[in-house]
Design a binder for this molecule. Structure first.
Ligand code: HEC
Ligand code: HEC
Length: 413
């Protein structure tokens, strides 16, 4: 039976290796395992079993007791990199939702306040969140490009690139899960990812927190938003997530046509495009890019394989949602993106493989790249040449104004 490796101390909650933790790890060492194994597999003589059982129980009790105290020692200070939530201070934000959207869901443990949102806005544009102070969240989620970067694959510190396209952050507050594969359950939980990702901001959380803590003015903003105390990862996450929840956009020409009955809001081509979008015998786009009688998120929040990212051998180049669920049916499935502001956020798809909206519509008309896990709805799509042009006109009508306080803070504030 091998010895526990060094990282076992961390795994058991014993980062500082205090004496009790050492004891705990020793107890969990070879003796424990060999005894247990021998007892359970019945290799011991029957007459020695009660004795083994006694020793075994003692080990278990001692082990649990030391683990409990070890856990306490290891985590007595949640520390600056914990995601512990702190109640934000000050006036709540009045979020008036534009035409075409439902109320913004806000988690109970992070109510939105004016100060937290302002702090989040400041941090979103702060390049100190990256290792070499060159990359901010906005480098890849640029308000000028509908909060994307107009690159097929985003560029992080030192020019490193990943394999996925930066999604828009517009209306991301409504997503039931974040990322193309849905691996982050909330906006708060998403933020630590890019901060550490080697091809994005590439900086350990400890370092990000200590850089921000060393700036007295920024610390003052944190204290105004969350009360006295140091900058923590949790506060960074809460503030940026609160800012992201303000990135709401609707009241587009489509919304005025659909929800206000303004028949002049859309061109005749866009009106025909909307009909194709909804028609189950034609585009059937609405079966995934949802439009309800009251509002339109233009996504069902689910994951589908529509045949993007299939190589010449017919193999999927990115397993997408499967990496999270391990269900075969999720192979090559990605989250349905919202289509709001889509005309401003080329190139398209999780891998940025399609350059224009016309390319996207032609792709659907070709019914995706065939592969084992293709969603059945894709093969049902039937589009004529005119349907395709009309669909593009309709997609353009989904653009609307960004909220006024979405850009970087004016210098000096
Ligand atoms: C180097 C470019 C880059 C930087 C910097 C970056 N992102 Fe992203 N962001 C991406 C890419 C690429 C994805 C998609 C990754 C995936 O799905 O696997 C993404 C996904 C997201 C999503 C999920 C949106 C959705 O609809 O699923 C959110 C939210 C987000 N980023 C916010 C942020 C925040 C906040 C920061 C700063 C702390 C940040 N990003 C920094 C490139 C970047
Ligand atoms: C089966 C569900 C489904 C149907 C039907 C569907 N889509 Fe999609 N759509 C998706 C998914 C999932 C993606 C992302 C796929 C990926 O990147 O692998 C997507 C991506 C897109 C994008 C790119 C958005 C971006 O930001 O990259 C556009 C534009 C789009 N769809 C428009 C349409 C149109 C127009 C139709 C009808 C002709 C349609 N979709 C039908 C699920 C669907």
């Amino acid at each position: 039976m091998g010895r526990w490796p060094a990282h076992a101390y961390e795994m058991s909650g014993c980062s500082a290796r205090p004496p009790l933790c050492w004891l705990h790890v020793r107890l969990m060492d070879s003796e424990f395992y060999s005894l247990t194994l021998r007892f359970l597999t019945g290799i011991e003589e029957a007459s020695t079993r009660p004795c083994v059982l006694g020793v075994y129980s003692l080990f278990v009790i001692a082990s649990v007791a030391t683990l409990a105290s070890c856990g306490r020692t290891g985590h007595s200070d949640p520390g600056v990199v914990s995601s512990q939530r702190v109640k934000p201070l000050g006036a709540p934000v009045d979020l008036t939702v534009p035409l075409g959207l439902p109320p913004v869901p806000v988690p109970r443990d992070n109510p939105m306040t004016v100060r937290a949102v302002a702090l989040g806005r400041r941090l979103f544009y702060d390049r100190r969140l990256s290792r070499d102070n060159t990359v901010s969240c906005a480098s890849c989620h640029n308000p000028l490009f509908n909060f994307t970067d107009r690159q097929p694959h985003s560029i992080g510190v030192a020019g490193k690139t990943g394999t996925r396209n930066a999604p828009t952050l517009i209306n991301t507050a409504y997503n039931a899960a974040q990322f193309w594969d849905g691996r982050a359950p909330t906006l708060e939980a998403q933020i630590g990812g890019p901060m550490e990702n080697p091809v994005e901001m590439d900086q350990p959380h400890e370092l990000a927190v200590s850089k921000l803590n060393a700036d007295p003015e920024l610390r003052r903003h944190f204290e105004e938003a969350f009360g006295p105390g140091p900058v923590t990862l949790g506060k960074i996450e809460q503030a940026i997530a609160s800012f992201e929840r303000t990135l709401i956009s609707a009241d587009s020409p489509f919304d005025r046509y659909e929800y206000e009955g303004d028949k002049t809001a859309l061109s005749p081509a866009a009106i025909r495009g909307l009909a194709v979008f909804k028609n189950p015998e034609k585009g059937n786009c609405v079966s995934c890019h949802t439009i309800t009688g009251k509002y339109a998120l233009l996504t069902d929040g689910l994951f589908h394989n529509i045949g993007v990212g299939v190589n010449d051998e017919g193999e999927l180049t990115d397993l997408g949602r499967f990496s999270e669920t391990k269900h075969d049916a999720d192979k090559g499935a990605f989250k349905t993106p919202t289509l709001r502001g889509v005309a401003e956020s080329a190139p398209y798809m999780h891998n940025g493989s399609l350059k224009t909206l016309k390319d996207v519509v032609d792709f659907y008309a070709g019914r995706g790249n065939s592969n084992l896990y293709l969603d059945k709805r894709i093969s049902a799509i039937q589009l004529s040449g005119r349907d395709r042009l009309d669909l593009v006109e309709f997609l353009k009508s989904l653009s609307s104004k960004l909220p006024p306080d979405a850009g970087p803070l004016p210098t000096g504030e």
